[in-house]
Design a protein around this ligand. Structure first.
Ligand code: HPA
Length: 248
């Protein structure tokens, strides 16, 4: 049976609906994950939660130990990872407050340890990454949003920027020309590490702002916080609906 892992990002440092909770620190060959793992049940289904930036939201995107995070989830038996990501929108049809399930990504991040396949190899390993997100888990998430009567944009291209600063208006124009719809800072190397460990991984993006230059001269952090808060209520509903249908 599949075991669901949830990686919470900005605005989601715990799952309100998680019952019978206990926490465990998991050590990995790559060091410690961002936070102890929280084990619990949603609708009777086992769920493991990890706060990507730490429980106190203290770890910036480029300092996250992505390898330890994904390794720890695999180590405790997680098979499916739903990664929650607050993002800016570059696409006029994806407004703040919307949930989007990207089907593609472009990686603009740099300098992040990004593979498990680098030391003591018998042979060089290149994973297939044509479809960065699990087709099966994405379908389950689409079905779950329908059951929960939530609106979801079912495709999109996620751009992973380095951060922690937000982008310039010119950078966002370039990302638009590249075909990107959403911009965030944590989607990579998380997705490819999950693929390296053969985990089913999908990203639920929560649009929290218009990307730089799309709506006025600056981005208001208070607006981001407000959209993150309301968006995460929808995410909780999605996770509950997903957990209530146990997939084999
Ligand atoms: N850019 C990059 N990352 C983000 C943004 C943004 O506008 N909003 C939330 N995460």
């Amino acid at each position: 049976m599949s075991v669901l892992g949830v990686i919470g990002g900005t605005g989601l440092s715990r799952l309100v609906n998680l019952r019978d909770v206990h926490k465990r620190v998991v050590k990995t060959p790559y060091g410690e994950p961002s936070s102890p793992l929280t084990f619990g049940k949603v609708e009777g289904r086992e769920v493991v939660f990890l706060a990507r930036h730490g429980y106190g939201h203290t770890i910036p995107p480029h300092k996250i130990n992505y390898r330890a995070n994904i390794w720890a989830l695999k180590e405790v038996g997680v098979t499916d990872i739903v990664a929650i990501a607050a993002v800016g929108s570059i696409n006029r049809t994806m407004s703040p407050g919307n949930l989007v399930l990207p089907d593609q990504l472009i990686d603009y991040s740099w300098g992040r340890p990004s593979t498990y396949f680098e030391n003591d190899l018998e042979q060089v390993v290149h994973i297939d990454f044509t479809h960065p997100y699990s087709v099966r888990l994405r379908a389950d998430m689409i079905a779950a949003t329908q059951r929960a009567k939530l609106t979801l944009v079912e495709t999109g291209v996620y751009a992973c920027m380095q951060g922690p600063r937000l982008e310039t208006a010119a950078e966002i124009k370039k990302l638009a020309r590249d075909g990107c719809d959403l911009v965030g800072m944590t989607g990579m190397p998380e997705a490819s590490l999950a693929k390296e460990l053969e985990l089913d991984y999908a990203c639920c993006s929560v649009v929290v702002n218009w990307a730089a230059g799309l709506d006025g001269d600056s981005i208001d952090m208070q607006d981001i916080e407000a959209f993150a808060e309301s968006g995460m209520l929808k995410v909780e509903k999605l996770i509950t609906a997903l957990a209530s249908k146990v997939t084999q």
